[in-house]
Design a protein. Structure first.
Length: 137
């Protein structure tokens, strides 16, 4: 039986239409900002908390547009699957990597990242992002 990690993540989009990917310290894969949903916490509340802890962003939960629930193999925990509650967040605020975030990367929709991507980011979220912005691959 696959073990599941429940997370809330942001498809964070800047005014230029780029999306933000983050890499946690000691890992290779870039992924959406966000993190685990604590017991008793709503996905939107987890998203707001994680974006503040990881990037210093102040996001109102009302600004987050729910895009759906998606699953994929976890990038950093072998044998686990991530179950992601995904929200679109549009923000023009500067981000500063904090907590466990080592590196951030702004990615244009028509850009193919020459980086290692988490399975959920590569297989699900980036194609969805390109579809939302109607950008050919």
């Amino acid at each position: 039986m696959t073990k599941t990690i429940r997370i809330a993540a942001a498809l964070l989009v800047d005014p230029a239409g780029r999306t933000l990917l983050v890499r946690k310290r000691g890992t290779q894969a870039f992924m959406q900002p966000g993190g685990k949903i604590d017991a008793g916490e709503t996905p939107a509340a987890a998203l707001v908390r994680e974006l503040h802890e990881e990037l210093g962003l102040q996001v109102d939960a009302q600004q987050a547009v729910y895009l759906g629930q998606f699953s994929a193999p976890a990038a950093n925990e072998p044998g686990f699957e991530v179950q992601c509650e995904l929200f679109r967040v549009d923000s023009s605020d500067a981000v500063a990597p904090a907590a466990e975030i080592e590196e951030v990367l702004w990615l244009a929709a028509d850009e193919a990242p020459a980086r290692v991507l988490a399975p959920l980011t590569r297989d699900v979220i980036l194609p969805l992002y390109r579809q939302v912005l109607n950008v050919p691959r």
